[in-house]
Design a protein around this ligand. Sequence first.
Ligand code: COA
Length: 279
Amino acid sequence: MTTTSLDKNLARLEYDKGVAWVTLNRPEKRNALNPALSLRMLEILDEVEADDRCGVMVLTGEGTAFSAGMDIKEYFRDMKDQPRIVTIKVRRLNYEWQWRRLRYFEKPTIAMVNGWCFGGAFLPVVSCDLAIAAEDAQFGLSEVNWGILPAGNVSRALAETMRTRDALYYSMTGQLFDGRKAAEMGLVNEAVPKERLRERVRELADILLEKSPAVLKATKDAFKRVQQLDWDLSEDYLVSKQEQLLFLAGEEREEGFKQFLDDKTYKPGLGMYKRPHKK
Ligand code: COA
Protein backbone atom coordinates (compact mmCIF):
# COMPACT_ATOMS: atom_id res chain seq x y z
CA MET A 1 0.00 0.00 0.00
CA THR A 2 1.46 3.34 -1.08
CA THR A 3 0.03 5.29 1.87
CA THR A 4 2.80 4.23 4.20
CA SER A 5 5.83 5.04 2.07
CA LEU A 6 7.31 8.49 2.46
CA ASP A 7 8.98 9.78 -0.71
CA LYS A 8 10.70 13.11 -0.18
CA ASN A 9 10.99 13.76 -3.92
CA LEU A 10 7.23 14.11 -4.33
CA ALA A 11 7.36 17.70 -3.08
CA ARG A 12 10.32 20.05 -2.72
CA LEU A 13 10.84 22.53 0.09
CA GLU A 14 13.13 25.55 -0.30
CA TYR A 15 13.56 28.55 1.98
CA ASP A 16 14.41 31.96 0.59
CA LYS A 17 14.38 35.21 2.58
CA GLY A 18 11.38 34.46 4.76
CA VAL A 19 9.45 32.42 2.20
CA ALA A 20 9.06 28.63 2.17
CA TRP A 21 8.53 27.59 -1.45
CA VAL A 22 6.74 24.24 -1.57
CA THR A 23 6.64 22.65 -5.02
CA LEU A 24 4.50 19.64 -5.89
CA ASN A 25 6.96 17.53 -7.80
CA ARG A 26 5.40 14.83 -9.98
CA PRO A 27 5.66 16.71 -13.27
CA GLU A 28 5.55 13.47 -15.26
CA LYS A 29 2.06 12.92 -13.79
CA ARG A 30 1.15 16.61 -13.92
CA ASN A 31 1.48 16.71 -10.11
CA ALA A 32 -1.59 14.53 -9.64
CA LEU A 33 -2.30 14.12 -5.93
CA ASN A 34 -1.68 10.56 -4.73
CA PRO A 35 -1.61 9.09 -1.21
CA ALA A 36 2.20 9.22 -0.98
CA LEU A 37 2.10 12.93 -1.83
CA SER A 38 -0.38 13.48 1.01
CA LEU A 39 2.12 11.97 3.43
CA ARG A 40 4.93 14.12 2.08
CA MET A 41 2.80 17.26 2.29
CA LEU A 42 1.88 16.52 5.89
CA GLU A 43 5.57 16.16 6.68
CA ILE A 44 6.36 19.45 4.95
CA LEU A 45 3.54 21.33 6.67
CA ASP A 46 4.82 20.15 10.06
CA GLU A 47 8.35 21.20 9.19
CA VAL A 48 7.47 24.60 7.77
CA GLU A 49 5.13 25.51 10.61
CA ALA A 50 7.95 25.07 13.13
CA ASP A 51 10.74 26.70 11.10
CA ASP A 52 11.56 30.36 11.72
CA ARG A 53 12.95 30.63 8.19
CA CYS A 54 9.33 30.64 7.02
CA GLY A 55 7.17 33.72 7.44
CA VAL A 56 5.03 32.96 4.38
CA MET A 57 4.47 29.65 2.61
CA VAL A 58 3.94 29.44 -1.16
CA LEU A 59 2.45 26.33 -2.77
CA THR A 60 3.10 25.70 -6.47
CA GLY A 61 3.75 22.93 -8.98
CA GLU A 62 6.72 21.76 -11.04
CA GLY A 63 6.42 21.77 -14.83
CA THR A 64 3.27 22.52 -16.80
CA ALA A 65 0.83 21.86 -13.98
CA PHE A 66 -0.05 23.29 -10.60
CA SER A 67 -1.80 19.95 -10.17
CA ALA A 68 -4.00 17.75 -12.37
CA GLY A 69 -6.14 17.02 -9.29
CA MET A 70 -6.63 13.70 -7.61
CA ASP A 71 -4.63 10.82 -9.07
CA ILE A 72 -7.35 9.00 -10.97
CA LYS A 73 -5.50 5.69 -10.83
CA GLU A 74 -4.09 5.66 -7.31
CA TYR A 75 -6.80 7.59 -5.52
CA PHE A 76 -9.81 6.09 -7.32
CA ARG A 77 -9.25 3.00 -9.46
CA ASP A 78 -6.71 1.25 -7.22
CA MET A 79 -9.01 1.80 -4.24
CA LYS A 80 -11.90 -0.13 -5.78
CA ASP A 81 -10.76 -3.49 -4.47
CA GLN A 82 -9.30 -2.25 -1.21
CA PRO A 83 -11.08 -2.78 2.11
CA ARG A 84 -13.24 0.23 3.03
CA ILE A 85 -10.95 1.12 5.90
CA VAL A 86 -8.09 1.69 3.44
CA THR A 87 -10.11 4.12 1.33
CA ILE A 88 -11.16 5.93 4.50
CA LYS A 89 -7.54 6.25 5.57
CA VAL A 90 -6.41 7.50 2.14
CA ARG A 91 -9.24 10.04 2.04
CA ARG A 92 -8.46 11.21 5.57
CA LEU A 93 -4.79 11.76 4.73
CA ASN A 94 -5.79 13.81 1.73
CA TYR A 95 -8.27 16.05 3.56
CA GLU A 96 -5.84 16.39 6.42
CA TRP A 97 -3.26 18.32 4.40
CA GLN A 98 -5.43 19.90 1.69
CA TRP A 99 -7.93 21.35 4.01
CA ARG A 100 -7.72 20.89 7.77
CA ARG A 101 -4.02 21.75 8.06
CA LEU A 102 -3.72 24.18 5.17
CA ARG A 103 -6.86 26.21 5.82
CA TYR A 104 -5.77 27.19 9.33
CA PHE A 105 -2.02 27.01 8.78
CA GLU A 106 0.07 28.96 11.30
CA LYS A 107 1.76 31.05 8.61
CA PRO A 108 0.15 33.00 5.76
CA THR A 109 -0.16 30.91 2.60
CA ILE A 110 -0.21 31.79 -1.11
CA ALA A 111 -1.17 29.40 -3.91
CA MET A 112 0.91 30.17 -7.00
CA VAL A 113 -1.07 28.55 -9.82
CA ASN A 114 1.46 28.08 -12.59
CA GLY A 115 -0.44 25.78 -15.00
CA TRP A 116 -3.10 23.05 -15.16
CA CYS A 117 -5.37 23.02 -12.12
CA PHE A 118 -8.11 20.39 -12.01
CA GLY A 119 -10.77 19.08 -9.64
CA GLY A 120 -9.20 18.06 -6.34
CA ALA A 121 -6.48 20.70 -6.79
CA PHE A 122 -9.07 23.44 -6.27
CA LEU A 123 -9.17 22.49 -2.59
CA PRO A 124 -5.57 23.43 -1.70
CA VAL A 125 -5.91 26.57 -3.84
CA VAL A 126 -8.96 27.67 -1.83
CA SER A 127 -7.42 26.56 1.47
CA CYS A 128 -4.49 28.90 0.88
CA ASP A 129 -5.22 32.40 2.16
CA LEU A 130 -4.33 34.08 -1.14
CA ALA A 131 -3.87 32.87 -4.69
CA ILE A 132 -2.11 34.30 -7.74
CA ALA A 133 -2.37 32.57 -11.11
CA ALA A 134 -0.55 32.79 -14.40
CA GLU A 135 -2.87 34.41 -16.92
CA ASP A 136 -2.67 31.34 -19.12
CA ALA A 137 -3.05 28.76 -16.31
CA GLN A 138 -5.95 26.45 -17.16
CA PHE A 139 -8.54 25.52 -14.54
CA GLY A 140 -11.14 22.79 -14.93
CA LEU A 141 -13.79 21.14 -12.80
CA SER A 142 -13.38 18.02 -14.88
CA GLU A 143 -15.13 15.58 -12.53
CA VAL A 144 -18.27 15.68 -14.67
CA ASN A 145 -16.17 14.56 -17.66
CA TRP A 146 -15.34 11.24 -16.03
CA GLY A 147 -18.46 10.46 -14.07
CA ILE A 148 -18.10 11.83 -10.58
CA LEU A 149 -19.11 15.03 -8.79
CA PRO A 150 -16.73 17.59 -7.25
CA ALA A 151 -16.59 15.83 -3.90
CA GLY A 152 -13.70 15.89 -1.44
CA ASN A 153 -15.08 19.23 -0.29
CA VAL A 154 -14.32 20.82 -3.66
CA SER A 155 -17.96 21.92 -4.00
CA ARG A 156 -17.73 23.48 -0.55
CA ALA A 157 -14.58 25.33 -1.60
CA LEU A 158 -16.36 26.57 -4.73
CA ALA A 159 -19.30 27.79 -2.65
CA GLU A 160 -16.89 29.88 -0.62
CA THR A 161 -15.05 31.53 -3.48
CA MET A 162 -17.26 31.51 -6.58
CA ARG A 163 -20.70 32.85 -7.42
CA THR A 164 -23.40 30.19 -7.70
CA ARG A 165 -23.91 30.62 -11.43
CA ASP A 166 -20.17 30.39 -12.17
CA ALA A 167 -19.63 27.38 -9.90
CA LEU A 168 -22.57 25.50 -11.40
CA TYR A 169 -21.64 26.48 -14.96
CA TYR A 170 -18.09 25.19 -14.70
CA SER A 171 -18.85 22.12 -12.59
CA MET A 172 -21.74 21.09 -14.87
CA THR A 173 -19.98 21.73 -18.20
CA GLY A 174 -16.42 20.79 -17.22
CA GLN A 175 -15.24 23.61 -19.49
CA LEU A 176 -11.79 25.08 -18.98
CA PHE A 177 -11.22 28.66 -17.83
CA ASP A 178 -7.96 30.54 -17.65
CA GLY A 179 -6.19 32.49 -14.92
CA ARG A 180 -7.74 35.80 -16.01
CA LYS A 181 -11.22 34.36 -15.73
CA ALA A 182 -10.34 32.78 -12.36
CA ALA A 183 -9.36 36.24 -11.10
CA GLU A 184 -12.47 37.87 -12.53
CA MET A 185 -14.64 35.29 -10.72
CA GLY A 186 -12.80 35.64 -7.41
CA LEU A 187 -11.27 32.17 -7.32
CA VAL A 188 -7.81 33.76 -7.23
CA ASN A 189 -6.77 37.26 -6.25
CA GLU A 190 -5.14 38.17 -9.51
CA ALA A 191 -3.62 36.81 -12.68
CA VAL A 192 -0.31 37.96 -14.10
CA PRO A 193 1.75 36.99 -17.15
CA LYS A 194 3.60 33.74 -16.47
CA GLU A 195 7.02 35.40 -16.64
CA ARG A 196 5.94 37.76 -13.79
CA LEU A 197 4.31 35.09 -11.64
CA ARG A 198 7.12 34.31 -9.21
CA GLU A 199 8.13 37.96 -8.93
CA ARG A 200 4.54 39.01 -8.12
CA VAL A 201 4.18 36.29 -5.51
CA ARG A 202 7.46 37.39 -3.97
CA GLU A 203 6.19 41.02 -3.80
CA LEU A 204 3.03 39.88 -2.07
CA ALA A 205 4.97 37.69 0.35
CA ASP A 206 7.24 40.65 1.20
CA ILE A 207 4.20 42.77 2.13
CA LEU A 208 3.01 40.01 4.46
CA LEU A 209 6.49 39.60 5.95
CA GLU A 210 6.36 43.21 7.20
CA LYS A 211 3.30 42.47 9.35
CA SER A 212 3.03 40.83 12.75
CA PRO A 213 2.72 37.02 12.35
CA ALA A 214 0.35 36.81 15.34
CA VAL A 215 -1.90 39.52 13.90
CA LEU A 216 -1.96 37.85 10.47
CA LYS A 217 -2.84 34.46 11.95
CA ALA A 218 -5.67 35.95 14.02
CA THR A 219 -6.92 37.96 11.03
CA LYS A 220 -7.14 35.06 8.61
CA ASP A 221 -8.57 32.57 11.10
CA ALA A 222 -11.16 35.06 12.28
CA PHE A 223 -12.38 35.77 8.75
CA LYS A 224 -12.61 32.07 7.89
CA ARG A 225 -14.40 31.15 11.12
CA VAL A 226 -16.98 33.96 11.22
CA GLN A 227 -18.35 32.89 7.83
CA GLN A 228 -19.98 30.02 9.70
CA LEU A 229 -21.35 32.08 12.60
CA ASP A 230 -24.39 34.26 13.08
CA TRP A 231 -23.91 37.93 14.02
CA ASP A 232 -24.12 37.46 17.79
CA LEU A 233 -21.69 34.57 17.91
CA SER A 234 -19.45 36.33 15.45
CA GLU A 235 -19.30 39.47 17.58
CA ASP A 236 -18.43 37.44 20.65
CA TYR A 237 -15.84 35.37 18.78
CA LEU A 238 -14.11 38.44 17.35
CA VAL A 239 -14.00 40.22 20.71
CA SER A 240 -12.52 37.11 22.32
CA LYS A 241 -10.03 36.67 19.50
CA GLN A 242 -8.97 40.31 19.78
CA GLU A 243 -8.50 39.94 23.54
CA GLN A 244 -6.44 36.81 22.96
CA LEU A 245 -4.33 38.77 20.48
CA LEU A 246 -3.63 41.45 23.08
CA PHE A 247 -2.35 38.69 25.33
CA LEU A 248 -0.22 37.15 22.57
CA ALA A 249 1.06 40.28 20.87
CA GLY A 250 -0.21 43.35 22.75
CA GLU A 251 3.10 45.15 22.18
CA GLU A 252 2.31 45.35 18.47
CA ARG A 253 -0.68 47.60 19.10
CA GLU A 254 1.22 49.67 21.68
CA GLU A 255 3.94 50.33 19.11
CA GLY A 256 1.32 51.36 16.55
CA PHE A 257 -0.25 53.78 19.08
CA LYS A 258 3.17 55.26 19.91
CA GLN A 259 4.43 55.77 16.36
CA PHE A 260 1.13 57.33 15.22
CA LEU A 261 -0.05 59.28 18.26
CA ASP A 262 3.23 60.26 19.99
CA ASP A 263 6.12 60.09 17.52
CA LYS A 264 3.96 60.95 14.50
CA THR A 265 6.30 58.90 12.32
CA TYR A 266 3.69 56.99 10.36
CA LYS A 267 0.02 56.92 9.38
CA PRO A 268 -1.78 53.59 9.89
CA GLY A 269 -4.00 54.28 6.90
CA LEU A 270 -1.00 54.46 4.61
CA GLY A 271 1.23 51.60 5.66
CA MET A 272 2.84 49.53 8.37
CA TYR A 273 4.65 50.90 11.43
CA LYS A 274 8.30 50.01 12.00
CA ARG A 275 8.46 46.79 13.97
CA PRO A 276 11.47 47.05 16.32
CA HIS A 277 10.61 43.79 18.07
CA LYS A 278 10.01 41.63 15.00
CA LYS A 279 8.99 38.06 15.80
N1 COA B 1 -4.49 11.18 -12.39
C1 COA B 1 -3.64 10.22 -12.79
N2 COA B 1 -2.74 10.38 -13.77
C2 COA B 1 -2.71 11.59 -14.37
C3 COA B 1 -3.56 12.63 -14.01
C4 COA B 1 -4.49 12.39 -12.96
N3 COA B 1 -5.31 13.34 -12.50
N4 COA B 1 -3.30 13.69 -14.79
C5 COA B 1 -2.31 13.32 -15.61
N5 COA B 1 -1.96 12.04 -15.35
C6 COA B 1 -0.91 11.24 -16.02
C7 COA B 1 -1.34 10.72 -17.36
O1 COA B 1 -2.08 9.52 -17.23
C8 COA B 1 0.01 10.52 -18.04
O2 COA B 1 0.58 9.34 -17.51
P1 COA B 1 1.46 8.37 -18.48
O3 COA B 1 2.63 9.21 -18.91
O4 COA B 1 1.84 7.23 -17.60
O5 COA B 1 0.57 8.01 -19.64
C9 COA B 1 0.83 11.68 -17.50
O6 COA B 1 0.21 12.08 -16.29
C10 COA B 1 0.88 12.88 -18.41
O7 COA B 1 -0.46 13.23 -18.73
P2 COA B 1 -0.92 13.66 -20.19
O8 COA B 1 -2.41 13.52 -20.23
O9 COA B 1 -0.14 12.93 -21.22
O10 COA B 1 -0.46 15.21 -20.17
P3 COA B 1 -0.98 16.45 -21.03
O11 COA B 1 -0.05 17.55 -20.72
O12 COA B 1 -1.17 16.07 -22.45
O13 COA B 1 -2.45 16.79 -20.42
C11 COA B 1 -3.96 17.21 -18.59
C12 COA B 1 -2.53 17.35 -19.14
C13 COA B 1 -3.87 17.71 -17.14
C14 COA B 1 -4.92 18.06 -19.42
C15 COA B 1 -4.42 15.72 -18.64
O14 COA B 1 -3.38 14.89 -18.10
C16 COA B 1 -5.69 15.46 -17.87
O15 COA B 1 -6.76 15.68 -18.38
N6 COA B 1 -5.56 14.96 -16.61
C17 COA B 1 -6.69 14.66 -15.79
C18 COA B 1 -7.31 15.90 -15.18
C19 COA B 1 -8.45 15.53 -14.27
O16 COA B 1 -9.57 15.36 -14.72
N7 COA B 1 -8.16 15.36 -12.99
C20 COA B 1 -9.04 14.82 -12.03
C21 COA B 1 -9.47 15.85 -11.09
S1 COA B 1 -10.20 15.20 -9.59
